[in-house]
Design a protein around this ligand. Structure first.
Ligand SMILES: [Ca+2]
Length: 127
């Protein structure tokens, strides 16, 4: 009994260790995130693509349009848009990896703060 339990632990240990499902290797890097298949970042509930993926597997859903945005899953995966989000499709403004807008906002804020700092410093020097 304990030998079987030990084998099960050894067999499934990598999944627990990395806490990332092994099926993620089927997705391109830009779609290896929770919201590709789930409704939330925490991995709660499945979106339309996640449900199809779970029910039919990756190969069978490649020619389906899971989220109904007019683009089949294969095209969305190739273009890097979310096949489970109807607002994200090739040519849409919403990008799956839209972190760049946050980086630009952060850099712009740093520039503004630096300029204000030098203006204040210069003003104090003149007084
Ligand atoms: Ca989509």
């Amino acid at each position: 009994m304990s030998a079987i339990f030990l084998k099960l632990i050894i067999l499934y240990y990598p999944t627990f260790l990395f806490a990332r499902p092994l099926y993620l290797k089927e997705l391109p890097p830009e779609l290896k995130k929770c919201k590709t298949c789930h409704l939330t970042r925490g991995g709660k509930g499945y979106n339309a693509f996640g449900k199809d993926f779970e029910n039919f597997g990756m190969e069978k859903i490649m020619n389906m349009d899971s989220d109904g945005d007019g683009f089949i899953n294969r095209i969305e995966i190739e273009k890097g848009t979310n096949p489970g989000d109807p607002a994200d499709f090739p040519g849409s403004q919403k990008k799956s990896g839209s972190i760049s807008i946050w980086i630009l906002t952060f850099l712009f804020s740093i520039i503004i703060i630096t300029v204000l700092f030098y203006i204040k410093k210069r003003k104090m020097k003149n007084d």
